[in-house]
Unconditional design. Sequence first.
Length: 143
Amino acid sequence: MQDENIIFDFNKLRGRIKEIYGTQSAFAIAMIMNEATLSNKLNGNVEFSSKEIYRACLLLCIDLEKELKTYFFTPKVRKNEQNTTKIKIKYKEKNMKVIIGMISLIIINMLYIFYAIVEIRKSIKHIKQYKKTIYDLKHLNEN
């Protein structure tokens, strides 16, 4: 991803401004900045300078080490990226359902095969008993 294409999400920063200063206008005054300039920065049209970020953190009581990224460097997720992600998730869910269905069929077929093997073994056992009975009858008649 190229740096020029990165758009940051300032919604959390907007919330903090409202929480502490009530309005963007009041915060712009505290920042010693024109309200229109602040609006352009919050809308991603103009970038914040490092000094402006530092001043904003001080004014809004944002911890530079722990919260800076959250307020100033959270990439904005575009609608088409959200939709693509949702489509990928639905596609994966659909594939998982198909795979689970196939696994279920395989298990059912394995049970049928197991049942058939058991029945074949029973039949073989009966055939052996039948042969033994015939053998015994032949030997009985010979004696």
